[in-house]
Design a protein around this ligand. Sequence first.
Ligand SMILES: NC(=O)C1=CN([C@@H]2O[C@H](COP(=O)(O)OP(=O)(O)OC[C@H]3O[C@@H](n4cnc5c(N)ncnc54)[C@H](OP(=O)(O)O)[C@@H]3O)[C@@H](O)[C@H]2O)C=CC1
Ligand SMILES: CC(=O)N[C@@H](CCC(=O)OP(=O)(O)O)C(=O)O
Length: 346
Amino acid sequence: MARMGLKVAVYGGSGYTGGELLRLLSGHPEVGGIEVSSRQHAGKVVGDVYPELAVRETFVEAGEIDGSSLDVAFVAYPHMESAGLVKELLAAGTRLVVDLSADFRLPDVAMYEEWYGPHPAPELLEEAHYGLPEVFGSPEGGRLVANPGCYPTAAILALAPVVKRIAVSSVSVNALSGVSGAGAKPTQKSHFVSANENVSPYGVSGGAPRHRHTPEIETMLRRFAPGTPNVTFVPHLLPISRGELETIYVDLPEGAELPGAGDVLGWFAEDYDGWAFVEGRPEVPQISHVVGTNRARLSVAVDERAGRLVLFSALDNLLKGASGAAVQNMNLALGYAETAGLEYLR
Ligand SMILES: NC(=O)C1=CN([C@@H]2O[C@H](COP(=O)(O)OP(=O)(O)OC[C@H]3O[C@@H](n4cnc5c(N)ncnc54)[C@H](OP(=O)(O)O)[C@@H]3O)[C@@H](O)[C@H]2O)C=CC1
Ligand SMILES: CC(=O)N[C@@H](CCC(=O)OP(=O)(O)O)C(=O)O
């Protein structure tokens, strides 16, 4: 007998975030049917291509999925490839689209075009809800969720409670990530021989830091703290499969009083009270504290000698940084508990 429940589709199911979505959605109590697209593997059973997933659905071409029949579509395509499909799905009547790419994160077309390229569906930017619910609220009732980038999720969760409360004069993010953040297609940067036994800074070009997550972090923080200064953001590739850690240096204006660590932990507790997956704790988070979970763990150290706050933020790039957050957003958008299907990842 067919299971009742939500009919969902994962577009780009052969990728890392797509695979993680299949794993999460297969065990989700509200999901009744899953369709999954892949160009390379169309016609093959998911679990035959990826035995670690043990999913019995068959990959199909994206065009074979009827968007009008879907409750939820997760689009896990590269940026600039995603927006066209998102537009088609919404026009077809898909109830909710969660886009994992960056295509609907920046509300300003000119900014998108500066950092990415021509936008394929700018008319939808205004309607997209930036899917970091612990900071920007639930997307309940909306049709389009722009799932945040993994690095911006970690940075915004740590910084929002601070910039909301005190003026800051500089913000520098030192970010570390596992190789799955670079996606399933190997590149010179992500090839085993390049990444193994190595740590490399990247996102620096023409002698300046220039990673496309910089404007995402700045734009989102300025929504409630318009005076947030330009952010220096430098990511580094670690020889691990997954997980992300950011150490964030925050300077205060001349003469401003430095808050204590207890103050900042109190702000984290106040802002994230009632949310299941975000927690400030006294100990400094490590990647091993969050890998395989949908947690973001935050902490703080106060450098009184230098007059500077040091924030820490750790998450799993494929879960709270992508697919776990996407399922959390689906839950909230459709009125379920944020933890539905994710309880074991707390
Ligand atoms: N990896 C991470 O940690 C995070 C990723 N993201 C974002 O999520 C999205 C997916 O990332 P990730 O899973 O890592 O990426 P992958 O490269 O692992 O997977 C993307 C999948 O999309 C399909 N695809 C690629 N190009 C196209 C295209 N032009 N048209 C249609 N399908 C295409 C491919 O499947 P096939 O060739 O089989 O069709 C591919 O497997 C990206 O936008 C990424 O930036 C966001 C946060 C974190
Ligand atoms: C290690 C690594 O390469 N990480 C990726 C993470 C970005 C990502 O996947 O997020 P978006 O959806 O915003 O592109 C990068 O720096 O490009």
